[in-house]
Design a protein around this ligand. Structure first.
Ligand SMILES: Cc1ncc(COP(=O)(O)O)c(C=O)c1O
Length: 474
């Protein structure tokens, strides 16, 4: 018997009167997108081939470890030939063989207003006429910093870096410096980048490849990393009990995206806020994924819980390499050169990344953005779950705004342990079927999906129809 569970955490479900039913504002270049879509629709599906992708990827394997520069891209957990991308626009992408896909990866999160947005490209072109890197203060840093500070409740001061990994490394050092304590609690299946102290029961590629840990990480680097299952308050309480006065911080993805999509149970984030306060520890939200995605002010605005420190990345760089960490002024003033905690970066505050980030946030701030994300993502997940039910598959799934996930298990999924009950072989078959149908999801059951303002109702309809055809063949 089929069984489906939808945990739709719908937010602001009333669509504002001003919201256009078309997701594409002028900067999405709808004419170009739709003509490309029409061309692709007329291509005979039987012609789907990945011959050129295969040639390029085979060459890459001799040049770069596994043929990639980030592990999950290699399709190890879903098998088959990874696609080699030629171009992206709006909600679509094209591979080197000329196949077109509706994209739900969005470069792993940044493309929330659609790929290659015209206003972002124009801002980049304009900024580039002045140079590509200054290694010195520039006015664009102030603009983006002000936007981030006014949007994210916990952030009174911010430091820009070049990736989410760097942001998490910096924030951990800062939490330890501020509290004078060493230990940190992280949750199983949460990913905070690839710095040594976080490679303990990590999600994302570590989970996808089934790596318990990574060789090369010294014991000394992880000895102070304590772990708990996500959504498990009593384990966290016990850890505080047995490590009295030693825990600097709890760090977590407030909504997990790196074990697939897992939302916090009601009261979980509140409990963490209370426990950290009572024990003189800091609460860190890693919002590299959820920042500006669940709401303009991130998960902390969505759930109304203000952490002490926050990390950001992805969206705030509009598709260029960026990261950031920020928080209360008294904590941030410990960061060099205002204070003694050292952290630096040659390309930090890069003008191109700042310019792309500014344009992206401007677009997101327009009225109706998050209502639209909520609407299309809800339709997508409900459509997929219904199609799964009609075709006799056990599925569960959920979403918030532009972030979603579904698992090949009855559910509910509250932790990485629950996520691992998913039928991974079935997911892999589904994945490859969807690819041939022209739909690109993240190539792992343990990654969340992302929609964007450029995803049209037609994209969603086509995706759901494709899913039903593929489910029928599983
Ligand atoms: C929650 C979270 N934190 C940190 C990171 C690391 O960011 P980056 O890949 O930019 O180093 C990621 C990457 O996906 C992430 O999802």
């Amino acid at each position: 018997m089929a069984s489906t569970t939808l945990v739709g955490l719908s937010w602001r479900s009333n669509v504002s009167p001003g919201l256009s039913s078309s997701p594409c504002s002028s900067q999405c270049s709808p004419r170009r997108v739709s003509s490309q879509i029409n061309m692709a629709i007329s291509v005979d599906k039987k012609k789907f081939t990945l011959q050129k992708s295969e040639e390029i990827f085979n060459a890459a394997k001799d040049l770069m470890p596994g043929g990639v520069n980030s592990p999950v891209r290699a399709f190890k957990s879903v098998g088959g030939q990874p696609i080699v991308i030629d171009s992206v626009k709006g909600s679509h992408m094209w591979d080197i063989d000329g196949n077109e896909y509706i994209d739900y990866v969005g470069s792993w999160g940044p493309a929330i207003i659609g790929h290659a947005d015209d206003k972002v490209l124009a801002a980049l072109a304009e900024t580039m006429t002045k140079g590509t890197s200054f290694g010195a203060p520039c006015v664009l840093e102030n603009v983006l910093a002000e936007m981030v500070i006014s949007a994210v409740p916990s952030i009174e001061m911010v430091r820009f870096v070049n990736s989410g990994t760097e942001a998490c490394m910096g924030v951990l050092r800062l939490a330890r410096a501020f509290t004078g304590r060493q230990k940190v609690i992280k949750f199983e299946g949460c990913y905070h980048g690839h710095a040594d102290p976080f490679l303990v029961k990590a999600g994302s590629g570590v989970a996808t490849l089934g790596l318990p840990d990574s060789p090369g990480v010294p014991k000394a680097a992880t000895i102070d990393t304590l772990t708990s299952p996500f959504n498990d308050v009593s384990t966290v309480e016990n850890l505080f009990e047995s490590n009295r006065g030693e825990i600097a911080a709890i760090i977590l993805e407030p909504v997990v995206g790196n074990s697939g999509f897992i939302a916090p149970k009601p009261g979980f984030l509140n409990a963490l806020r209370q426990i950290t306060k009572e024990n003189g520890a800091l609460l860190i939200f890693d919002e590299v994924m959820t920042g500006f995605r669940l709401a303009y002010g991130g998960a902390q605005e969505y759930f109304g819980i203000t952490p002490d420190l926050t990390t950001l990345g992805k969206i705030i760089g509009g598709g260029l390499p960026v990261g950031a960490y920020g928080g209360r002024r008294e904590i941030m003033e410990m960061v060099a050169p205002a204070g003694p905690m050292y952290q630096a970066g040659t390309l930090s505050g890069n003008p191109l990344a700042m310019a792309a980030g500014i344009q992206t946030l401007k677009r997101l701030k327009e009225p109706g953005s998050y209502q639209y994300l909520d609407e299309v993502t809800g339709e997508l997940i409900q459509g997929i779950l219904d199609a799964g039910k009609r075709t006799g598959h056990q599925l569960c799934g959920s979403y918030i705004s532009g972030m979603f996930g579904f698992f090949f298990t009855e559910g509910p999924v509250y932790s990485f342990g629950d996520a691992k009950k998913s039928d991974l072989a079935k997911f892999a078959r589904f994945y490859r079927g969807m690819l041939e149908e022209g739909v690109y999801f993240a190539p792992s059951q343990f990654e969340a999906g992302f929609s964007s303002l450029a995803h049209s109702k037609e994209d969603i309809k086509r995706t759901v129809e494709a899913a039903e055809r593929v489910f029928q063949q599983l």
